[in-house]
Design a protein around this ligand. Structure first.
Ligand SMILES: [Zn+2]
Length: 120
């Protein structure tokens, strides 16, 4: 089972999505979590619960040779996250939402790991 703290983290992210926030492919410079874009355009880290300013938005980070496999995996995971986002937006079923949210959490932590690996 998930810890209480983890549950509220998932809930906050699910809430953000339900409020119309969208997941971006940008990572939090602080914790490497994927960032959300709120409806007013603000970038938001659901993990740190704070606004994030990305200076060079839209600019691709420099790619290093040899991690294209990881890049591909990251792209696939992002697509799955977006797929889950759509499902979370559509469902009103609490049980289903719980399942979707924990799947989302798994994906997000995988993405975090990949982003950290790409950094080092
Ligand atoms: Zn963060």
């Amino acid at each position: 089972m998930q810890s209480k703290q983890n549950d509220s983290h998932i809930k906050r992210m699910a809430d953000l999505l339900r409020q119309g926030a969208t997941l971006t492919d940008l990572a939090c410079p602080n914790c490497s979590s994927p960032l959300f874009r709120l409806q007013d355009g603000t970038l938001w880290c659901g993990k740190d619960e704070k606004k994030v300013v990305v200076v060079k938005e839209g600019e691709e980070p420099p790619k290093t040779e040899g991690n294209s496999g990881m890049d591909k995996l990251e792209t696939i995971l992002m697509a799955k996250v977006q797929d889950l986002q759509v499902k979370i937006e559509k469902t009103n079923n609490v049980e289903e939402l719980g399942k979707l949210a924990s799947a989302l959490n798994e994906l997000l932590s995988s993405l975090e790991k990949i982003k950290k690996m790409n950094k080092s």
